[in-house]
Write a protein that binds this ligand. Structure first.
Ligand SMILES: Cc1cc2nc3c(=O)[nH]c(=O)nc-3n(C[C@H](O)[C@H](O)[C@H](O)COP(=O)(O)OP(=O)(O)OC[C@H]3O[C@@H](n4cnc5c(N)ncnc54)[C@H](O)[C@@H]3O)c2cc1C
Ligand SMILES: *[C@@H]1O[C@H](CO)[C@@H](O)[C@H](O)[C@H]1NC(C)=O
Ligand SMILES: *[C@@H]1O[C@H](CO)[C@@H](O)[C@H](O)[C@H]1NC(C)=O
Ligand SMILES: *[C@@H]1O[C@H](CO)[C@@H](O)[C@H](O)[C@H]1NC(C)=O
Ligand SMILES: *[C@@H]1O[C@H](CO)[C@@H](O)[C@H](O)[C@H]1NC(C)=O
Ligand SMILES: *[C@@H]1O[C@H](CO)[C@@H](O)[C@H](O)[C@H]1NC(C)=O
Ligand SMILES: *[C@@H]1O[C@H](CO)[C@@H](O)[C@H](O)[C@H]1NC(C)=O
Ligand SMILES: *[C@@H]1O[C@H](CO)[C@@H](O)[C@H](O)[C@H]1NC(C)=O
Length: 533
């Protein structure tokens, strides 16, 4: 998408929306009647339309990006917050009958707001009331409902056992519905791989309203829902997790260096070589941003936070770091031993000794506007590339920009690319996550910051994966291409599809064609069925 058309996007939304509102008023009445008819079982208590006073607060509660929280953002005709499977089935059946689209929402962290924004008349099915987590310690498994957050999952596991964990993302308010549908990377991925590598069963409601489990959906569909992206194959009601062993005590550190550019270049360049040899017990990520502190010449400096989780004690970590990355100069005082569950609170950046109950808090912690993008690095990038990044961080609009370099390798290298739809496995040295945030409303701020991140992304092209230039679907980026509003061509979808899924894209298309040929479950970047090419 070029920058003009993306600037037009909000206006286009507005136009299409007001145009379709009148025509859809009837449809939405019919839809509501259908729901009541399908399910008299107290469903009206979980239906919100704009006339209900709580409609806005229910909608806004799980919005995590101010870009999609404006008066110009298209709103759902109806929000349903199901209490049970029958409510979801009714929503699916009635939406199809009355020509409405469904957007399923779990934690609402979608980078492009696709779980609660659409440009055609739509209904949000928000799973906020379906978030039971049932942990079976003896069998080392857990069933988690689609509306649970990662924080709730981690907390409930730790309530039962301090030596079991689940490998998934860092932010506790991320929902398992979207997160696991897209892969799920996190602090123990070098030891255990992704969330999807530990899903052993699921409960899914398909387009026909049937409740399927692993056995009845078959291995193709079970493969596809573990990473092929949400809102595509059906509604995931629950996942069955295989829990993994974790030491009673782990070690964390977050070492921040404020660096002259030359020193930042040197240290981060060295890190790229060190991680190739890192033990799988060691997770390593660098957060990089422009420091508020300046040198004498008034030039901004680079600030880099080296953040790690180590599955072992301080002594082993210190000797290991001395051997593998002495340039960082890690000392004992930098390291803190704690339980794994405490580390989830620590990495969520809560102050030390914050009570674990904070993991159960779903409320938004910030209301910033943001845009993110990802890249995968296959071989160390040269010092000149790093210098080019620093130059861009110096630009005025980059004040709140942040890069994250996340080491891959370890267990990630041992899992075949085709094992799940997530293809970024062996050969990936690290992942880059680019983010820029701002707090001013309006199209000018939007244009300014988004164009900054696009320029950086375009600069990085020659240093990262190519043909395709890979991206991670959980960090959804509509700049990579979007489906048509009506029918989508294979060629068009394969542009973003192969970036997210490489060769797995074709298998995803085959599964989609088999299970949802009319493309009922869809969004701007959902896998299209063959029939719509
Ligand atoms: C602050 C922040 C931190 C993050 N940290 C990480 C991280 O550490 N690791 C990582 O891998 N990712 C991370 N992410 C990305 C995150 O994994 C994705 O945005 C994920 O899709 C969010 O899931 P959700 O349920 O919260 O989002 P939602 O917006 O609710 O859903 C995302 C997509 O999945 C669909 N969906 C939701 N629930 C269901 C369901 N039950 N059945 C079918 N489809 C469904 C939605 O329609 C939408 O298309 C982070 C995102 C943010 C904003
Ligand atoms: C919303 O309003 C309708 C009509 O008054 C009512 O039937 C429904 O129960 C309300 N929804 C909620 C969640 O209170
Ligand atoms: C959304 O906007 C409302 C005000 O309209 C505000 O109260 C809320 O904090 C905002 N949420 C986000 C995530 O921007
Ligand atoms: C483990 O799972 C099996 C099969 O689901 C079940 O029969 C058994 O009761 C479970 N074991 C425990 C200790 O709960
Ligand atoms: C950075 O600047 C702040 C505020 O001026 C100051 O308190 C802090 O000590 C400085 N840090 C370094 C490392 O210079
Ligand atoms: C690491 O330190 C930086 C400050 O240098 C801080 O912004 C960040 O929140 C810290 N991260 C964690 C996980 O504590
Ligand atoms: C956290 O709690 C422990 C034990 O209660 C205490 O020893 C430690 O000083 C506390 N740390 C902070 C930073 O408050
Ligand atoms: C998409 O294509 C299918 C099959 O060719 C057709 O039935 C359907 O009406 C088309 N939809 C739109 C929105 O054009």
């Amino acid at each position: 998408m070029n920058s003009l058309s993306s600037l037009m996007f909000p206006f286009l939304f507005l136009f299409l929306f007001s145009f379709s509102w009148v025509a859809s008023a009837d449809r939405h009445e019919d839809f509501l009647q259908c729901l009541q008819y399908q399910n008299s079982n107290a469903i009206s208590k979980v239906i919100y339309t704009p006339i209900n006073s709580s409609y806005s607060s229910v909608l806004q509660f799980s919005i995590r990006n101010g870009r999609f929280n404006t008066s110009a953002t298209p709103k759902p005709l109806v929000i349903v917050t199901p209490l049970n499977v029958a409510h979801i089935q009714a929503a699916i059946t009635c939406s199809q009958k009355h020509g409405l689209q469904i957007r399923v929402r779990s934690g609402g962290h979608d980078y492009e707001g696709l779980s609660y924004v659409a440009v055609i008349p739509f209904v949000v099915v928000d799973l906020i009331n379906m978030r039971t987590v049932t942990v079976d310690v003896a069998n080392k498994t857990a069933w988690v409902q689609g509306g649970a957050t990662l924080g709730e999952v981690y907390y409930r596991i730790a309530e039962k056992s301090r030596t079991l964990a689940f490998p998934a993302g860092v932010c506790p308010t991320v929902g398992v519905g979207g997160h696991i549908s897209g892969g799920g990377t996190g602090m123990i991925m070098r030891k255990y791989g992704l969330a999807v590598d530990h899903i052993i069963d699921a409960q899914l409601i398909d387009v026909k309203g049937r409740i399927l489990d692993r056995a009845s959906m078959g291995e193709d569909l079970f493969w596809a829902i573990r990473g092929g992206g949400g809102n595509t194959f059906g509604v995931v009601v629950a996942w069955k997790l295989e829990l993994v062993p974790i030491p009673a005590s782990v070690t964390v550190f977050n070492v921040t260096r404020i660096l002259m550019k030359e020193d930042a270049t040197k240290l981060i360049h060295q890190w790229q070589y060190a991680i190739e040899k890192f033990d799988e017990d060691l997770f390593s990520r660098i957060f990089i941003w422009r420091s508020a502190n300046s040198t004498q010449e008034g030039k901004p400096m680079i600030q880099a936070a080296f953040t790690s989780l180590f599955l072992g004690g301080v002594d082993r970590l210190l000797s290991y770091m001395q051997e593998s990355f002495p340039e960082l100069g890690l000392v004992r005082e930098d390291c803190i031993e704690m339980s794994w569950i405490e580390s989830t609170v620590y990495f969520a950046q809560f102050p030390r000794n914050t009570s674990l109950e904070v993991l159960l808090n779903r409320g938004p912690r910030s209301t910033i506007f943001f845009k993110g993008k990802t890249d995968f690095v296959k071989e160390p990038i040269p010092k000149t590339a790093l210098e080019g990044i620093w130059e861009r961080l110096d630009q005025v609009d980059a004040e709140s920009a942040e890069l994250q370099f996340t080491a891959y390798g370890g267990k990630m290298n041992e899992i075949a690319e085709s094992s799940t739809p997530f293809p970024h496995r062996a050969g990936t040295l690290y992942q880059i996550h680019y983010a820029i945030s701002w707090d001013e409303e309006g199209i000018e701020a939007y244009a300014k910051y988004i164009s900054w991140i696009r320029r950086l992304y375009s600069y990085m092209a020659s240093y990262v994966s190519k043909n395709p230039r890979q991206a991670y679907v959980n960090y959804r980026d509509l700049d990579l291409g979007v489906n048509n509003l009506g029918n989508t061509s294979y060629r068009q979808a394969s542009i973003w599809g192969t970036k997210y899924f490489k060769n797995n894209f074709d298998r995803l298309v085959r599964v989609k064609t088999a299970v949802d040929p009319a493309n009922f479950f869809r969004n701007e970047q959902s896998i299209p069925p063959l029939s719509s090419w």
